[in-house]
Ligand binder design. Structure first.
Ligand code: HEC
Ligand code: HEC
Length: 146
């Protein structure tokens, strides 16, 4: 047996105690439904609107949350319907806030004449809000500071 195959064999032998499947009591967020049966569709929830014009922010550079419905607003490669209201020119007509000036700056720090692709998918950062109990407890901001 050459040196390489001895090494490989040792490797396999070394791992073998871990091979038998261990029964672990796992329960995913979709419940214990088998993977080949579709998960239950969560109940629809209406978006909530902020009391005082905007939702409170959790920290300084927090992207403002969306204070209106967006379920019919589409963002695709061909169109961005958010910009129909929040674009540099469009926002004046609609009387909507303009996208932040930071959204025109590309990765190299250059200001472009249009929203940078870094900021194109608005809902990556801005989200509407619903009044639901979170699936997972969120302790952001409650942990001790460093
Ligand atoms: C039909 C016009 C319209 C469309 C489309 C629209 N918005 Fe708005 N948006 C507004 C207006 C008007 C406001 C000002 C608050 C209000 O009146 O609800 C606003 C407020 C906001 C704010 C809050 C800004 C702040 O400073 O607090 C965010 C964030 C926002 N919109 C993001 C979006 C995103 C993301 C989309 C696309 C998914 C979108 N909006 C689509 C009109 C629009
Ligand atoms: C990478 C995260 C990110 C993306 C993507 C993004 N935004 Fe923002 N947005 C922010 C942050 C953070 C702010 C707060 C101001 C700032 O830091 O520029 C903001 C601010 C805003 C504001 C408020 C501006 C003001 O003067 O108060 C509007 C409106 C807005 N964004 C709309 C949009 C729209 C529309 C898109 C998509 C074309 C978009 N944003 C994409 C992070 C993002």
């Amino acid at each position: 047996m050459n040196k390489l195959s001895t090494l490989i064999l040792t490797g396999i032998v070394g791992f073998s105690p871990m091979l038998p499947a261990q029964a672990v009591d796992l329960r995913s967020l979709r419940g214990d439904r088998p993977l080949d049966i579709g998960s239950k569709r969560p109940a629809r929830a209406d978006v909530i609107l902020p009391d005082a014009g905007e939702f409170p922010k959790s920290y300084d550079t927090h992207p403002p949350m969306i204070p209106h419905k967006v379920d019919k607003t589409r963002i695709s490669l061909k169109q961005n319907q958010c910009l129909r209201c929040h674009g540099e020119l469009e926002h004046k007509e609609i009387d909507a806030p303009m996208v932040s000036k930071t959204h025109f700056i590309n990765r190299a720090g250059k200001r472009l004449g249009h929203v940078s692709t870094r900021y194109y998918f608005c809902t990556q950062c801005h989200a509407p809000q619903i009044d639901k109990t979170p699936l997972v407890t969120n302790v952001f901001g409650q942990q001790s500071s460093h």
